[in-house]
Design a protein around this ligand. Sequence first.
Ligand code: HEC
Ligand code: HEC
Length: 260
Amino acid sequence: MSEEDHQFSQAQQATHPARKIVFGSLISLSVLPIAMLLIAVLWSVKPMIKQSSAQNDAAQESAATNGHAKGALINFATCATCHGVNGEGNAKMHAPRIADLPPWYVKAQLEKFQNGLRGVNPTDVYGQTMRPMAMQVQDVDAMAKIVSDLEGHRGRFAPAGPVIAGNIDHGRVLYAQCVACHGVNGLGERGVKSPTIAGQESWYVQQQLMNFRSGTRGISTADREGNLMRIIVAPLSDADIADLAIFVNAIGNKKTVTPQ
Ligand code: HEC
Ligand code: HEC
């Protein structure tokens, strides 16, 4: 982590409780999309204001080097409010771990949110939280690189939980159906555009498999990857999905997950 990033993190951590209050009161006003935009703008400029002018110059220079568009989200500060400073995820915000994701997948998902292939279905409560954030990212390549460069890349986080209940041995058996695309180790396969899933939080894996099954995610005919996942999960029961979710979580974190 560079000196400058470190200061961003510190600035965020220092003001964390205030941020919670802002979130809570705005959500209760039912103006979530507008609130999210405002918060995002505030949070992307706030760390800049706190820095001395020399540091500010350095930050701007680094933003320019990374090719970020001016006026758009130019760093991870906003994303961190939900996904955590290191992209480790935050169950309370229903925001998944994103530090382990490859840049091409992050880019593809940001574009799906932007193009209305994800996060538009009225039943997709959490996707609708993410969509206004993606709308502000002008340079998806730069943002995808920032995400994939986060510390903790590749399974360095223990699951933050809650780890859902399920039968991990049955999950292992069912996972045979997933190997062709996500690989034995759950690392994904760029050729079929399937992401790394190993070590992802079980609650998020469960949620996404449910979303694919119900058509909350992947329903548009233009979403070919989502359509594929919908076919795979169609025959799975709720219990199958839970079993798969805890197995997938355990692939990347052998030391931390005990079967329940
Ligand atoms: C207000 C909270 C919030 C903020 C801020 C936020 N996200 Fe998200 N993000 C979410 C939630 C919630 C989801 C899960 C959506 C779902 O359940 O389908 C998500 C999902 C994602 C995904 C899809 C992950 C996957 O495995 O498919 C990516 C990529 C992502 N966010 C990147 C970002 C980036 C980059 C930023 C900053 C520009 C950001 N997010 C800001 C809440 C947020
Ligand atoms: C035919 C290839 C294929 C098979 C088989 C497959 N997947 Fe996928 N999976 C994909 C693709 C492609 C995506 C990306 C979807 C998108 O772009 O929205 C994906 C996405 C996912 C996601 C969402 C990840 C995220 O970060 O949001 C999960 C979870 C997942 N798959 C789990 C599974 C499980 C569990 C199985 C086995 C039961 C499975 N997949 C079988 C291709 C496949």
